[in-house]
Design a protein around this ligand. Structure first.
Ligand code: SF4
Length: 348
């Protein structure tokens, strides 16, 4: 059946879904749900549809992101998935905002691991004005020395804080929706879904790009996952990180293990087809949930984190480079040329 044939959305094949998206049609909610509910036998066909869209907008490029946990633990919020919350008993390192030297050292490592973007992440409900001033001052130095893109994830922001970050050269702010509006109160009671939307609004008004995604596998239903995808499409966010719950001992979700790699691939494909032009990143939980199928996730996503996550270790950068090379994809590196890891990459 051709793309121009008359068909109800429920009758579209996966291939026709890709045709429709490539023709700038918006994927209907029912189609997005069909992807998540599809039989595992359809995973390759669904991934093929997602890859056609990915290839159209991002070719074979992969963007790497490097995270720095600038302030760890000590958070008064009660997000059930998070090892840094006040209700977590996870034995993590806890420290206040890192000094400029440590943050600059993180920027150097980001550049050396071919990351295009350095993500400065701080625990907490939101930053103090002093913390924002500190981050703004370090960002100016990072921009001078490494030319990296900068994404800040500092919690709920006030309008004047967002403007300060923008003025300092911050390119983007990350503030995840985490889950649907319906499910939000199940995972956090100390702030609301609306609070999260307001921070995204504040950042957009300050001229910052938006990075917002979700954590899949916290007990939500398929409708919730689709709700998030649709909301992010409506907000036209530039960047979507998809985390797959890595249940951390000591958190309320420590016993939740709902995901399998095939479902994770369907989720990534659904986000690609609902948000075709957004940068789609495989974020936390990649190694433990996609396992041997990590590489296949990059047929839908065009970006991933390299090295460690906030409080959990990631795969070695060298293994990520090998995986990307094996796919025949190429890293869109930052402006800074590092010596050792670039050599390693060139030799692979
Ligand atoms: S606000 Fe952030 S750091 Fe605090 S508990 Fe929630 S996710 Fe963790």
């Amino acid at each position: 059946m051709s793309a121009s044939s008359v068909c109800t959305p429920a009758q579209m094949s996966w291939h026709e879904m890709a045709d429709a998206v490539l023709n700038d049609q918006t994927l209907m909610r029912d189609d997005a749900l069909r992807i998540l509910r599809a039989d595992d036998d359809d995973v390759l066909a669904i991934l093929d549809a997602a890859y056609r869209v990915r290839r159209q907008y991002f070719g074979k490029t992969v963007q790497l992101y490097y995270l720095k946990n600038a302030k760890s633990g000590l958070c008064p919020e009660d997000c059930t998935y998070c090892s840094q919350s006040k209700i977590s008993e996870a034995p993590i390192e806890k420290y206040a905002m890192l000094n400029a030297e440590r943050l600059l050292d993180g920027a150097r490592k980001a550049a050396e691991s071919k990351s295009r973007t350095y993500c400065i992440v701080a625990s907490g409900r939101g930053p103090t004005d002093r913390e924002v001033d500190h981050v703004a001052s370090v960002v100016r130095q990072i921009k001078d020395q490494y030319g990296l893109h900068i994404c800040c994830c500092l919690g709920l922001l006030k309008p004047e804080q967002a403007v300060k970050l923008k003025d300092a050269g911050v390119d983007r702010v990350n503030h995840n929706l985490n889950t649907s509006e319906r499910f939000h109160d199940e995972i956090c009671t100390t702030h609301t879904f609306k609070d999260r939307l307001e921070t995204l609004d504040v950042c957009r008004n300050a001229g910052l790009e938006l990075c917002a995604g979700m954590i899949v596998g916290m007990g939500e239903v398929h409708d919730d996952v689709v709700d998030v995808a649709m909301k992010l499409a409506e907000l036209q966010v530039e960047s979507i990180p998809i985390n797959f719950l890595n249940s951390i001992d000591g958190t309320p979700l420590q016993s939740v293990h709902e995901l399998d790699p095939r479902f994770c691939l369907k989720v990534l494909a659904m986000f690609r087809l609902t948000n075709p032009k957004a940068e789609l990143r495989i974020a936390g939980g990649r190694e433990v949930n996609l396992r041997s199928m990590q590489a296949m996730g990059l047929y839908a996503a065009n970006s991933m984190f390299v090295s460690d996550y906030l409080t959990t270790p990631g795969q070695k950068a060298e293994e990520d480079f090998r995986m990307i090379a094996d796919l025949g994809f190429e890293i869109t590196a930052g402006d800074y040329e590092s010596s050792k890891l670039l050599d390693l990459w060139n030799a692979s």
